[in-house]
Design a protein around this ligand. Structure first.
Ligand SMILES: O=C(O)C(=O)C[C@]1(C(=O)O)C=C[C@@H](O)C=C1
Length: 376
């Protein structure tokens, strides 16, 4: 007997017993919600007091404390015993913290737009859904908005696990004095969207070049006839697809409702672990969280063994390097700047020692920021 027939066969007594159980459970949920409401507001009042305490100590105090947020989220994950998953707990607590932070200060965040990009998704993931945002046209423009003080922080992409580093962002650090205050790690799910259900017949697929590259094999297999047209952003791709029945777009789920499209196929990225890392940029020095990363910009003259001389101080001080990128220096031909990521905080003795030795070797050594490693 299937469920449907089973339900029909239930006697009146069973139905009322089921109803009674439901009523009791809902009463329990209502009682728990009442407790949570009181607790949430108590927490919010604490955050308001934190704001007063910070201001009393320093009238220019920063309210956003990424290291504290990372500690709270990590602690909640370690305490969590389910059935809610770590990811859901993290998401809920992020929203709670964001709402408390909004009571302390109303902030505006610039991000690489337009609306519907993965950078927007990363911004909301980190700062909560209710933060005021300012989508801008380019990575340099995000830096300019923060430098001019028109927004408090900016969010820019830095690297993708499939397609590698975003050189535009690295290059901006050569000109800008802004610091990295945080990082956001976002699992990138690419979606195929168009105006109608007949997606297999489309002749064009618009997307950002990186997204097209991330779906290369899926497109070869499922839409071999369609021309792949790279455009400035996934949101622009969605806009173009919204004007044309013979076209589809690939991009973030967020873009579909904004441009009146339907998601026809989801998670079409070739690599199931496709992740993009974003940076939060601002003018803030962030305290240690206990699980930090430090980004360095080091420039040196090109002489034999120069890279070896840069890396030796790190190795000798036991500093764990997680990334190195080289970029041609903008000022002199054949001089290189290196972007290094190391584990730890600039206040750690090991990194302090390595920096001191590095400064003997290199022309320029700049700490771009020490910040908490992204929590989920
Ligand atoms: O602990 C602080 O400094 C706070 O401002 C409180 C709080 C929170 O809600 O827990 C809010 C915002 C900060 O970014 C970090 C934490």
């Amino acid at each position: 007997m299937n469920d449907f027939k089973g339900n029909i066969a239930l006697s009146n007594t069973t139905v009322s017993a089921t109803n009674a159980a439901l009523v009791a459970l809902r009463e329990r949920i209502d009682a728990l919600d009442t407790q949570m409401l009181a607790l949430l507001n108590e927490r919010a009042r604490c955050a308001e007091e934190v704001a007063h305490t910070k201001l009393a100590e320093d009238p220019k105090a920063k309210f956003y404390r990424p290291e504290r947020e990372a500690q709270i989220l990590t602690r909640m994950q370690s305490l969590n015993q389910g059935p809610l998953r770590h990811e859901q707990i993290t998401h809920l607590f992020r929203e709670i913290i964001a709402s408390c932070l909004a009571l302390e200060e109303s902030m505006r965040i610039a991000y690489l737009g337009p609306e519907g990009t993965f950078t927007q998704e990363a911004t909301f993931k980190h700062f909560g859904l209710n933060v005021a945002t300012q989508p801008v046209d380019s990575i340099p423009q995000v830096f300019r908005e923060v430098e001019a003080g028109r927004v408090r922080y900016g969010v820019v992409p830095i690297e993708n696990s499939t397609e590698g580093v975003i050189t535009h962002t690295l290059d901006m650090f050569m000109q800008s004095g802004l610091r990295i205050c945080g990082e956001i790690s976002l699992r990138i799910h690419q979606n195929l969207m168009c105006r109608h259900a007949n997606w297999q017949s489309v002749q064009k697929v618009y997307s950002h070049a990186q997204s097209l590259a991330q779906c290369r094999y899926w497109l070869d297999k499922n839409l071999p006839q369609a021309e792949r047209i790279p455009v400035s952003s996934n949101a622009e791709a969605a806009r173009l697809a919204s004007l044309d029945d013979t076209a589809a777009a690939i991009g973030s789920r967020q873009a579909a409702p904004i441009y009146g499209l339907q998601i026809m196929q989801d998670s079409i990225e070739d690599n199931p672990n496709n992740t993009t890392r974003f940076l939060v940029i601002g003018d803030q020095v962030v305290s240690p969280s206990g699980n930090d990363r430090t980004s360095l910009l080091v420039s040196t003259r090109n002489r034999p063994g120069s890279l070896y001389h840069l890396l030796k101080p790190l190795a000798e001080n036991g500093v764990d390097m997680t990334r190195i990128e080289s970029r041609p220096s903008r000022t002199t031909n054949w001089e290189y700047s290196f972007f290094l990521d190391v584990r730890g905080h600039e206040q750690d003795a090991a990194i302090g020692g390595a920096l001191e030795a590095l400064r003997q070797e290199a022309e320029v050594v700049r700490v771009l920021g020490s910040y908490p490693v992204a929590v989920m």
